[in-house]
Design a binder for this molecule. Structure first.
Ligand code: SF4
Length: 259
């Protein structure tokens, strides 16, 4: 196996970014913010991830464990609600790293959001949900949750090249969709795929779409394509790994190229 095992990395990262104090799980965060995505969304950015994507916009926090502060679900809920209510947003989310590393913290946060009219977008690489059907069921009972499973590349080989993790773990992302649909989330509505397409070959994209279709015909219709945004720190990271996007955008939204 050339790539690393993301489940082994999960355990190592958890030790640094998750703490249990008096029976309550705390997660490390590096900021809380509002933003234009989804038409306006309050966001808590977590520290730590179980992948090492070579295009990650948040790599200074997702690839390490520094510069964060621990919060419990109740504290996070109030930070997010405060931002959302002041700005008139309908959506809340966690981003920055991988939110599913702190399962109990996430589920407690969803319990709190369920008591409101807000919707919660769970942005995840899906690996831990794909591995654990029970986790998918615990997520799916929440009325507020919408799960966006973000695929890293359009084939096992692309996954390994982009994330550093072994290609044999790629399929857990599809398994996440299957587990969440089996648990009752409507495909294309409350669970849908996103995919980083900046580095993908056309024949792999075709294979990816067919694979989604084999799970549920609604999934290809709801693909949310992602492309690299050429922030200076993202350019630095890609250059370090010799990665060159076929398609990317500048921070002003115009097409951009990596020389
Ligand atoms: S899964 Fe997301 S947060 Fe984690 S390294 Fe990849 S792009 Fe960054």
């Amino acid at each position: 196996m050339t790539g690393f095992d993301p489940f082994m990395l999960t355990e190592k990262v958890r030790e640094k970014v998750v703490q249990v104090r008096n029976g309550t799980e705390y997660r490390m965060y590096y900021r809380f913010r509002g933003g234009k995505w989804y038409g306006g969304i309050a966001t808590g950015d977590v520290v730590g991830c179980n992948l090492r994507c070579k295009f990650c916009w948040s790599w200074r926090y997702s690839h390490g464990y520094k510069n964060g502060k621990f919060y419990n679900a109740y504290q996070v809920f109030h930070r997010l609600i405060d931002i959302a209510s002041r700005r008139g947003y309908r959506y809340l989310r966690l981003s920055g790293g991988e939110p599913t590393l702190s399962q109990n913290h996430l589920l407690q946060l969803l319990d709190l959001v369920d008591e409101t009219d807000y919707l919660f977008v769970l942005e995840t690489n899906g690996l831990l949900i794909g591995r654990d059907k029970r986790f998918a069921e615990k997520l799916a009972i929440h009325k507020s949750v919408i799960v966006r499973v973000s695929f890293k590349g359009a084939s096992p080989d692309e996954f390994e090249r982009l994330t550093g993790a072994s290609k044999k773990f790629y399929d857990y992302q599809f398994k996440a969709l299957e587990n969440l649909i089996d648990a009752g989330l409507e495909p294309g509505e409350r669970v849908y795929p996103a995919i980083m397409l900046s580095f993908s070959e056309p024949e792999n994209i075709k294979w990816f779409v067919e694979r989604l279709k084999s799970i549920d015909p609604a999934l290809p219709e709801s693909i949310d394509p992602e492309y690299v945004i050429l922030y200076p720190h993202v350019i630095d990271l890609m250059k370090r790994y010799g990665l060159k996007p076929k398609k990317a955008f500048r921070p002003n939204g115009l097409p951009g190229f990596l020389i």
